[in-house]
Design a protein around this ligand. Structure first.
Ligand code: IPM
Ligand code: MG
Length: 363
């Protein structure tokens, strides 16, 4: 029986449209070669939306997102929109989307492909076989806390304020996702905060500890200060299985983990909300305005995000497996975008990388 799904596409800014074009190729391949049928609808977010609607996420776009089975997003932001107010910046569109859809659990898997071991700045023996899942809280913390703003103190001085705030339900729901996922993997969770200096971190630690005792005592739990976690990720990354942490520390730690894998261009992500509600898939990297429009961007993080979309939102694990195997095969054959280029490999453009994935799926 044919299943039909609808995906809302928000390509965004910078390299967003280029990398999303490669996902559209994959969708075309799926529609002609499998039992399932995916309809797509394009919408605007970030700077592209500012230029058209005067705001980074329009209500009509948001309403379309709510109706879709899943959302694929490219990237937002760029120098053109740097000087606008915070709530009108391209990034605010993405933050609004996460918040409005209550996408509180952001899964960022850092996986080292054997073929890319030399692309990592770390020694091969440190990163070989690495498979870490970062679960980042995505709708709370300092990203959304009030009060916030820049205040003029009237004496030639100004005051910038942001507020880190977490409530028990926010900590518990994201920790629950981390524990449940750990059960299907290495059964180990590191929970990271700064309980030594922040009350919100102390609460985080206490709430994770009590949830663990109540529901997940079969899972190994270790608490770690976020600065130590950043250091341990470089010193001995294979000690980690699942890391659960807040919005800001998760933002930082996931960029760091991305580089363990060789390139920010390789890291996918899934942002999940309540069971059964629409989820968002996007690469961890940004809009890379410096290389936009030049065919240099690596589409693999977005392609791997699409594979997460097939797995988590469309329940099509088999097709996701195929796409991931195709990515592995293409990397093994030495096909590389500039960011992961190595000796004796074959450098290709963004769209040639997409074609290579399709060719691998066809064989
Ligand atoms: C990310 C990005 C975003 C964030 C920006 C673009 C708002 O860095 O998804 O990691 O800070 O969350
Ligand atoms: Mg980030």
């Amino acid at each position: 029986m044919t299943h039909t799904y609808s995906i809302q596409i928000l390509a965004g800014d910078g390299i967003g449209p280029e990398i999303m074009a490669e996902v559209k190729k994959l969708i075309g391949w799926i529609n002609s070669n499998t039992e399932i049928n995916i309809n797509t609808r394009d919408g605007l977010i970030g700077g592209a939306s500012i230029d058209t609607y005067g705001n980074p996420l329009d209500d009509t776009t948001l309403a379309q997102c709510r109706k879709a089975d899943a959302i694929m997003l490219g990237a937002v932001g760029g120098p053109k929109w740097n000087d606008v107010e915070y709530n009108l910046r391209p990034e605010a569109g993405l933050l609004k989307l996460r918040k409005e859809l209550e996408l509180f659990a952001n899964l960022r898997p850092a996986l080292v492909f054997d073929a890319l071991i030399d692309a990592s700045t770390l020694k091969p023996e440190i990163v070989r076989g690495l498979d870490i899942l970062i679960v980042r809280e995505l709708t709370g913390g300092v990203y959304f806390g009030e009060p916030r703003g820049i205040e003029d103190l009237g004496n030639g001085q100004r005051r910038g304020v942001n507020t880190q705030v977490y409530e028990t339900y926010e900590i518990e729901r994201v920790a629950r996702v981390a524990f449940e996922l750990a059960r299907k993997r290495g059964n180990k969770v590191h929970s990271c905060e700064k309980a030594n200096v922040m009350e919100s971190g102390k609460l985080w630690r206490e709430d994770v500890t009590s949830l663990h005792a109540k529901e997940f005592s079969d899972v190994e739990l270790e608490h770690m200060y976020a600065d130590n976690c950043a250091m341990q990720l470089l010193r001995n990354p294979s000690q980690f299985d699942v890391i659960v942490t807040d919005n800001l520390f998760g933002d930082i730690i996931s960029d760091e983990a991305a580089m363990l894998t060789g390139s920010l261009g390789m890291l996918p992500s899934a942002s999940l909300g309540h069971v059964g509600s629409v989820a968002l898939y996007e690469p961890v990297h940004g809009s890379a305005p410096d290389i936009a429009g030049q065919g240099k961007a690596n589409p693999l993080a977005t392609i791997l995000s699409f594979s997460m979309c097939l797995r988590y939102s469309l329940n099509q694990g088999e097709i996701a497996d195929k796409i991931e195997a195709a990515v592995k095969g293409v990397l093994n054959s030495g096909t590389r975008t500039p960011d992961i280029m190595a000796d004796k490999c074959n450098q290709v453009s963004t769209s040639e990388m997409g074609d290579a994935i399709i060719a691998a799926l066809d064989t």
